[in-house]
Design a binder for this molecule. Structure first.
Ligand SMILES: Cc1ncc(COP(=O)(O)O)c(C=O)c1O
Length: 420
């Protein structure tokens, strides 16, 4: 190396030092700076390679720098980036058509994040509650969501989230949110009153620990919402776009919501959020109903992001990646369950497709680890990226394009770390 070149370790440190001086320190980041990615492999500033089994919280659904997405971005970048929603653009319509084709026939509103998409759904529910006041005094507005849920960090999405650590300190909170136990239909039924307007749930609870509901749960919610004229909102920010082995989580149970919210995978690494509304409720957001736009955003639906979203669906379909996720997910689940038979550090393996949670029992590790975070760190040291939530639940959610040998080598290391 010449005197003018920066050594890899120095480069990492420089990036961290500059971060520490310039950035708001909202995140507890690892002392690693990622600089390159291809498929399910990442490379950091020191040249170390990682097998990525978490894909940036599942968002890099086609892996890093997928050639079709790179080509799409390059092509679109030379045509048009952004004009605002006073005009029609073809990529936006193409993305919306794909969501209706692979999900359910509806109308998509595009925004930037999961929180944003949920706010769109909550506001739509309020419009329904103002129009259909029922026995309420000033219009129905209360939303039932579940304990342990996560719906985002904006006002509205934050209050809907069933985890106090997300909203504590930010009071006064917006009114009208009640949280009930996940996977408990009678808890939802008891919480419905004259003011209730919507039920908001994740088909599989993600940040809460990858909790899969009983088979009748979503259908039961559908029945309750129909009976009480409530808007059924499925937050599919994690479960959307193929990770669970169906395009959307609700398809596992064949239950169609009134509104589905998307983010993460639907942008493939770009900031895309979607509030997808069934025809029954679509007129609530139709500007002609109100004489002006009641919900809008400047950059939502920009051409670059939308071209990427449309291509993601094309590639998922062309390469049959969703059924592949189902098959691979079953193989991993079987493998981890076999491992658990002789290794009591694993209490349960949950999830569907390539969205899996592995609940640990650190007390069975003989003091080798105290939490899921310790296991994540040990895996990272050995070049494998996974995640932990709720303290002891490991999350595995690789890209749907993950190479089989990457999966095998990655899981070998995860099991090695658990064995000690
Ligand atoms: C189910 C669910 N909904 C909403 C969100 C919020 O998404 P975003 O971080 O894009 O605002 C998340 C983020 O993890 C999520 O898991």
């Amino acid at each position: 190396m010449s005197n003018t070149e920066t050594s890899p370790d120095t480069l990492t440190q420089q990036i961290i030092d500059r971060h520490d001086r310039a950035m708001s320190v909202n995140y507890a980041r690892y002392p690693v700076a990622m600089i390159r990615g291809e498929g399910s492999t990442l490379v950091d500033a020191s040249g170390k390679e990682y097998l990525d089994l978490f894909a940036g919280f599942g968002a890099s659904v086609l892996g890093h720098c997928h050639p079709d997405l790179v080509a799409t971005v390059n092509d679109q970048a030379q045509k048009l980036w952004h004009v605002g929603n006073l005009f029609h653009t073809e990529p936006q319509t193409r993305a919306a058509e794909a969501i209706s084709r692979f999900g359910f026939a509806g109308r998509s509103f595009f925004c930037h994040s999961g929180a944003d998409a949920n706010v769109g759904a909550l506001k739509l529910a309020r419009l329904h509650g103002q129009k259909n006041k029922g026995n309420s005094t000033g219009g129905r507005y209360r939303v039932i969501s579940t304990l342990g849920s996560f719906h985002g960090r904006t006002f509205g999405a934050m209050e809907a989230t069933g985890q106090p650590k997300v909203y504590e300190g930010f009071g006064p909170l917006g009114p009208g949110h009640v949280h009930v136990k996940f996977n408990d239909l009678s808890a939802v039924e008891s919480a419905i009153d004259d003011e209730t307007i919507a039920v908001l749930v994740e088909p599989i609870q993600g940040e809460g620990g990858v909790n899969v509901p009983d088979d009748g749960y979503l259908a039961g919610l559908r029945e309750l919402c129909d009976k009480h004229d409530l808007v059924l909102i499925f937050d599919e920010v994690w479960t959307g776009v193929g990770h669970t082995g169906e395009y959307f989580g609700h398809q596992h149970w064949n239950v169609t919501p009134d509104v589905m919210t998307l983010a993460k995978g639907v942008g493939g690494g770009l900031p895309v959020g979607v509030t997808h509304v069934s025809p029954k409720f679509a007129e609530l957001y139709d500007w002609r109903t109100h004489g002006h736009a009641v919900h809008a955003t400047t950059l939502g639906g920009n051409c670059l992001s939308m071209a990427v979203t449309a291509t993601i669906f094309e590639v998922l379909d062309r390469d049959q990646l969703v059924p592949r996720a189902k098959t691979l997910g079953q193989q991993i689940t079987d493998r981890l369950n076999r491992f658990a038979e002789s290794n009591p550090t694993i209490k349960a393996v949950r999830g569907k497709g390539l969205y899996l949670g592995v609940e640990l029992d650190p007390s069975a590790s003989g003091g080798r680890f105290e939490s899921g975070g310790d296991v994540v760190k040990a895996c990272m040291d050995r070049g494998v990226l996974i995640n932990a939530c709720q303290g002891n639940v490991l999350r595995i959610a690789p890209a749907l394009t993950v190479e089989e040998d990457v999966l095998t080598r990655g899981l070998d290391i995860v099991e090695d770390v658990l064995k000690g």
